[in-house]
Design a protein around this ligand. Structure first.
Ligand code: ADP
Ligand code: MG
Length: 699
């Protein structure tokens, strides 16, 4: 491998400090460092956020009001004034050879006028706007026409992400120097055949075109190349991991006989839906193989995935193996525990609830029992996932709400020698492209169908004026024996954010509109014991109105609670809102949901509108992904499933699919990535994902 390859460590000239470049003073170095740009490589791979196309030069008479355009002319007027609100405005009029004029305008920059001289020949670039009787540009980019300064800032200008105190104008020449001197040291990792087939420019051309394109199409092709590379590496890691899990590991064969099947189904008070039966069939097929199941079960809220999980757990136990159900929160773990208790009260299955709240002695006793095989079924939180937990005969691990856990933790629940089957569940429908990345090594089963008799939750966006009306509705519902959630975004009132805090709202409700009802309070800062106590009382019907934070977001199941009010709904994500609404669709009475919201952005407004309009969680998840970007939505970074720097899972979905296809094809043909043309890829994959995805033994 060449010494200057990205993974070769400090031997590469690319790993030199940025100070190796002309023009990087200690002060500049410090500025760059604060942006995370320490080495020459960092600079080379500091990709533009966007470009300004200043090649569209027009006569002023030929301007139009859509895109960025450039005009050239002579300064004929320099003026300044104050707006009625006191803000200073500087105005500079530029006239071109056709004697048409355009006014450049600067707000709040009283000294802007000192940059200009009468008669100076300049170009202004920006979005033109027609104002009364002439064209204007607000804060245009200004370039002297008669200077021979280099081309940075002309033509197609790269715009770099947030630079704090460092201006793009200062960054550009440094990056140009880095590209000119060092691009040739960057080693190509993509095999030539693949580059040809996918029409991707080689890495050196791509670096040039990315930072200093001659045409926007070149910049786009360059970006595409790096996105492809990034996705390819991630997908190779997933393909390798999948292969490793399948080919190397051996799980216990858990056969579900008709007798076992009948015994499990007897525990349910209902018939499984078709989708649930399909999920059960998928799972049984997986369990009957000695390849460990790696399955993702996704279902809209309330669609009954817990019931499917219970089936799987009992199937493992019936085969004399231990089974684990892990939940992301104490509240949810306890709820699963209660559900299981409901199903299993008369059975001989030995059960254990393992949460963080246990004393050291209790925990040690519990661990001993697990190790000795004296427990069949254990329900718990992350506390379960710790290294010191060992099992006698672990057969199955079910992880609920996987997206709250992170991929890495999957790797942690391990038994000596044998790997258990894994079932991963999520109630947040996962946009397809994300499913291909974070969950790209899993098989997927989807439950779309809701159990019979479910009615869609009536959702309304209520205005402040309708508040009393909403309270009336709520009181009517409570009087009829129903229960309600009132969700607030924060726990304690903060001065900065004037949000309805749970504590304050609780007091207001208790002493005001709901003084005749039993009002409870639940939020994340309560002790576990208190949380449990409140939830137990709510479940038992001893609390009518539960004021809470989004701790109810995930999985709380109280069928009699059919009313939901959300304060400051604009503060919640769409999926979060949908999860909350999922709490009130479980009973025989149609749920009602009221949201109060003051969206200040168009995104927030669209979110609330979408939420009110549909109750389809899959549609909402796609919408949310579009509005917020998938990375933010699922915190992709935490998953080790892709610290994506260049690619965007929504916008680049097509590239992702191509990269995935190529990656899986490579691993099918060359499982160890041992062919010479894959050697560099192998290094990069191991370097980037080897640890997080536990790929140590590839090849
Ligand atoms: P999820 O975990 O997908 O949100 P649950 O498994 O908790 O859904 O089920 C939600 C509710 O629906 C529970 O009260 C459960 O008892 C009930 N349920 C599940 N499956 C069925 C079914 N096939 N028919 C009727 N009710 C069901
Ligand atoms: Mg559930």
């Amino acid at each position: 491998m060449p010494a200057d390859h990205p993974t070769a460590g400090l031997a590469s000239p690319l790993d030199q400090s940025t100070q190796a470049l002309k023009g990087v003073s200690p002060a500049r170095f410090e500025q760059l460092r604060r942006l995370g740009l320490v080495t020459v490589r960092d600079l080379l791979f500091h990709f533009p956020r966007s470009y300004e196309d200043l090649t569209d030069v027009r006569p002023i008479a030929g301007l139009s009001a859509e895109a960025i355009q450039t005009v050239q002319g002579e300064v004929v007027e320099i003026g300044g004034k104050r707006l009625p609100d006191g803000r200073p405005v500087v105005s500079v009029v530029l006239c071109d050879d056709g004697k048409h004029c355009l006014e450049g305008i600067w707000f709040n920059q009283p000294y802007a006028s000192s940059r200009f001289r009468y008669g100076q020949r300049l170009s202004f670039s920006g979005k033109p706007k027609w104002f009364r009787d002439h064209w204007t540009m607000t804060h245009p980019r200004v370039q002297p026409l008669d200077s021979d300064t280099p081309a940075d800032g002309q033509g197609i200008v790269p715009i770099y992400p947030l630079t704090e105190d460092l201006k793009s104008e200062q960054l550009r020449p440094l990056i140009r120097r880095a590209v000119e001197q060092f691009a040739l040291h960057v080693v190509e990792v993509l095999p030539p055949e693949m580059r040809l087939r996918r029409a991707l420019p080689d890495v050196q051309k791509a670096l040039r075109d990315l930072h200093f394109p001659l045409a926007l199409a070149d910049a786009e092709a360059a970006r595409r190349r790096f996105v492809f590379e990034e996705f390819l590496i991630l997908q190779l890691a997933l393909a390798l991991r999948r292969r490793e899990l399948r080919d190397r590991q051996r799980a216990p064969v858990l056969a579900v006989t008709p007798a076992i099947d009948a015994r499990i189904r007897r525990l349910f008070a209902f018939q499984l839906t078709n989708d649930q039966n399909q999920a059960v069939a998928d799972i049984c097929r997986d369990l009957a193989s000695e390849r460990p199941m790696q399955r993702l079960l996704q279902a809209d809220v309330g669609a009954g995935k817990t019931a499917v999980a219970v089936y799987a757990l009992l199937a493992a136990v019936a085969n004399k193996h231990q089974a684990v159900l892990a939940a992301p929160t104490e509240v949810l773990a306890r709820q699963h525990w209660n559900t299981l208790e409901g199903y299993l009260s008369a059975s001989k299955v030995r059960r254990l609830l393992l949460t963080g709240g246990k004393s050291t002695r209790e925990r040690r006793a519990a661990l001993n029992a697990l190790r000795a095989g004296e427990v069949d079924l254990v329900v718990g939180t992350q506390a379960l996932m710790q290294e010191d937990v060992q099992f006698a005969r672990l057969g199955l691990v079910v992880i609920d709400e996987q997206h709250k856990f992170g991929v890495n933790q999957r790797a942690r629940v391990r038994m000596l020698g044998v790997d258990p089957h894994y079932l991963v569940m999520t109630a947040t429908p996962i946009p397809r492209t994300l499913a291909l990345t974070v969950f790209g090594d899993l098989d997927t089963t989807t439950i779309r169908e809701q159990p019979p008799g479910r009615q869609p939750v009536q959702t309304r966006w209520a205005t402040a004026k309708q508040r009393d009306r909403v309270y009336d509705k709520l009181r009517e519902g409570l009087a009829a024996g129903r229960q309600a959630f009132l969700v607030c975004p924060l726990v304690a009132e903060s001065e900065k954010l004037d949000l309805k805090a749970a504590e304050k709202t609780y007091e207001e409700m208790r002493d005001g509109p709901f003084r005749d009802a039993r009002v409870g309070l639940l939020h994340g800062r309560l002790q576990e014991k208190e949380k449990d106590a409140v939830m137990d009382r709510f479940r038992a019907g001893a609390i009518d109105l539960l004021v809470c934070t989004s701790v109810v977001e995930v999985g709380v199941d109280v069928p009699n609670a059919t009313l939901l009010v959300v304060e400051h709904a604009e503060r919640f994500g769409l999926s979060q809102l949908h999860q909350m609404r999922g709490r009130v669709c479980r009973g025989p009475v149609a749920g009602e949901c009221y949201v109060f919201a003051d969206p200040t952005s168009e995104d927030a407004r669209q979110r609330i509108r979408a939420f009110v309009k549909t109750t389809d969680g899959f549609a909402l998840a796609e919408q949310d992904a579009k509005l917020r970007g998938i990375g933010e939505l699922f915190g992709t970074h935490q998953h080790g499933g892709g610290d994506l720097r260049v690619g965007d899972l929504s916008a680049d979905a097509a590239i992702l699919r191509e990269a995935r296809k190529d990656a899986f094809a490579i691993v099918t043909a060359d499982a160890g990535l041992r062919w010479p043309e894959h050697e560099l890829l192998r290094k990069v994959v191991l370097d980037r994902y080897g640890r997080t995805l536990d790929l140590a033994q590839i090849g």
